[in-house]
Design a protein around this ligand. Structure first.
Ligand code: FES
Length: 554
């Protein structure tokens, strides 16, 4: 890859070159540094054969592209932590990962047989990458409920922020530039949702469309606001969407078109260009390279004649994906059919008498002993409808103060219901995947009543670790409700707690108000400004006080 480096008049390399590896994967080539960030290329995809890189990046899975001194992995999601790929790296390659409150990510790496040197970094802790002044740090999301991190690399005097899935606050973004000692030269931003809500929920189609549209535009706007507050020199939408090559999931590919929650990078780039005129916006295809010094992009000829949905010459997206893209996805699915079949073979339907129900009960008994704090805040019964020879309808009462499994499924009013095939549930119970992997696989359906997100339920399942849950409890206990900020809408003003009761977003910059409802842009929780109540999630209320007269504009 060295031939891609920009050289000055004196023949010396002057700036890093970043190559898109597809999805959130990056390769950084600098005069004294080669680093990969979140390379995801294994042919089996991720999340139980559900997600695959879009478009296909397999042409980059070759030694000259993957040869590097360092690999930085942002978090444990399998579209970032490609264990099969990491297993093939030479032993000399050093791995850099964030230090999260639970050791799950490092456990997964070691359990996969990866023995490379593994360096864990705390937020803002710098690691020198050589003796030429290049360094890396990680920036974790504010709340330990979310184990997501951006990675900041400073190489050859240039700053590259690999934001991937991390939702940084304005303050964090500004500090990143401060730490780098210059405006960020290149910033990757994720603008395509990766959530099972609303698409796995048993809503009528029009409700899925409405929530999806809201999420799509909400994400676009949140990223635009962040960029406006701390503009990088070049912004690069990336890190999604994935595509779905298992025929039973292929309908989710249609969600790339509006109002779906999986807009492609061309749509994201078009939005940013319209909202942020003057900012350089570059969407890279796998194999495209950008000179971080000049901003000049060198396109991979492989994509000549290929169009993403958002840049298709076939017309508008009003009627869904262009036929050319559907053909592309069909052919891609044919190439991966064996890998998808292998996932089913590796996760067979447990036969009658396999003991699935008892494994389920034991699993939740263990989970229920991890944190009273979480149990108290979950406070509901979750019903699992498990399809398969050894399935059944099983209820789990989670809190307050107890966890009780009822294998007769006799609860009259469960607050949440998850329907899942026994083969995928057993993959979780046997430790082949984790709950969040299952949810992200989209191989479930769900409903809830009331229709409110329960962050603590998802948190308990996804972390399943006493240390990780205790870290959330400490973080939430240490918040100072007396730290407040004045916000206004029209002629009304409210004094509200400065930091969001969910995950600590600074509402000075991270909120919008409409019709007396404050939306925190951290994760789009809505708070009634009259009562402070969270309207769409299980969350502590916002401390709020109406002001008698119009307050000072923020
Ligand atoms: S920080 Fe998550 S909604 Fe506010």
């Amino acid at each position: 890859m060295a031939q891609a480096l920009a050289v000055g008049d004196d023949g010396r390399v002057v700036a890093p070159v970043v190559t898109s590896l597809g999805h959130a994967g990056l390769r950084i080539d600098a005069p004294h540094l080669t680093m990969l960030c979140d390379p995801w290329m294994s042919p089996g995809g991720a999340f139980l054969g559900s997600w695959f890189p879009f478009p296909d990046n397999s042409h980059l899975r070759r030694a000259d592209v993957l040869s590097a001194d360092w690999v930085a992995i942002s978090h444990e999601h399998l579209d970032h932590l490609d264990l099969d790929l990491l297993r093939e790296l030479p032993e000399r390659v050093r791995l850099v990962v964030p230090r999260y409150p639970a050791p799950e990510m490092t456990r997964r790496i070691r359990a996969a047989g990866i023995r490379n040197v593994l360096i864990e970094l705390g937020s803002w802790e710098r690691l020198a990458l050589n003796d030429r002044g290049d360094w890396v740090t990680v920036i974790q999301e504010l709340s330990p409920m979310c184990h997501d991190s951006a990675i900041l690399v400073v190489a050859a005097g240039h700053a590259i922020l690999h934001t991937n899935d991390a939702r940084l606050s304005v303050a964090q973004l500004r500090r990143a530039a401060q730490e780098a000692g210059r405006p960020l030269d290149l910033m990757g931003v994720q603008m395509s949702g990766a959530s099972w809500h609303p698409i796995c929920y048993e809503y009528p189609p029009e409700v899925v469309a409405s929530i999806g549209a809201d999420k799509r535009i909400g994400k676009f706007k949140a990223v635009s606001r962040l960029l406006r507050a701390a503009p990088p020199r070049v912004v690069m939408p990336y890190a999604g969407p994935p595509c779905f090559l298992d025929p039973v999931l292929a309908h989710h590919n249609e969600r790339m078109a509006p109002p779906g929650i999986f807009p492609d990078t061309a749509q994201a780039a078009a939005f940013l260009r319209s909202r942020l005129p003057g900012m350089a916006v570059e969407a890279l295809m796998p194999g495209d390279r950008i000179d971080v010094g000049t901003g000049v992009v060198d396109r991979d000829p492989r994509w000549d004649g290929f169009s993403l949905a958002g840049s298709s010459p076939d017309g508008t997206l009003d009627t869904g994906l262009p036929d050319t893209l559907r053909d592309y996805l069909r052919q891609y699915a044919e190439r991966r059919a064996a890998e998808v079949a292998a996932v089913y073979a590796a996760n067979p339907d447990p036969p009658r008498g396999s003991g699935l129900a008892q494994r389920f009960a034991d699993h939740f008994t263990e989970l229920g002993a991890l944190s009273d704090y979480f149990l108290h805040r979950i406070g509901m019964t979750v019903r699992f409808v498990v399809a398969g020879d050894d399935g059944g309808t099983w209820d789990v009462e989670l809190g307050p103060s107890r966890c009780r499994v009822d294998l007769t499924g006799s609860t009259s009013h469960p607050g949440y219901q998850i329907t899942v095939e026994a083969r995928w549930l057993d993959a979780v119970l046997m430790g082949r995947v984790r709950w969040e992997d299952l949810f992200l696989s989209l191989r479930i359906s769900a409903w809830r009543d009331p229709d409110r997100y329960n962050d603590y339920l998802v948190g308990l399942l996804k972390h399943a670790d006493a240390g990780a849950l205790a870290a959330v409890e400490s973080f939430e206990a240490e918040r100072n409700p007396n730290d407040s900020v004045v916000l206004t809408e029209g002629g009304h003003g409210w004094q509200v707690s400065r930091y969001c009761p969910h995950a600590g977003e600074d509402l000075t910059h991270g909120a919008v108000i409409r019709d007396g409802v404050l939306r925190c842009l951290g994760h789009n929780f809505d708070f009634d400004l009259a009562t402070g109540e969270c309207l769409n999630a299980r969350c502590d209320p916002l401390v709020t006080r109406p002001l008698g007269s119009p307050a000072v504009a923020r």
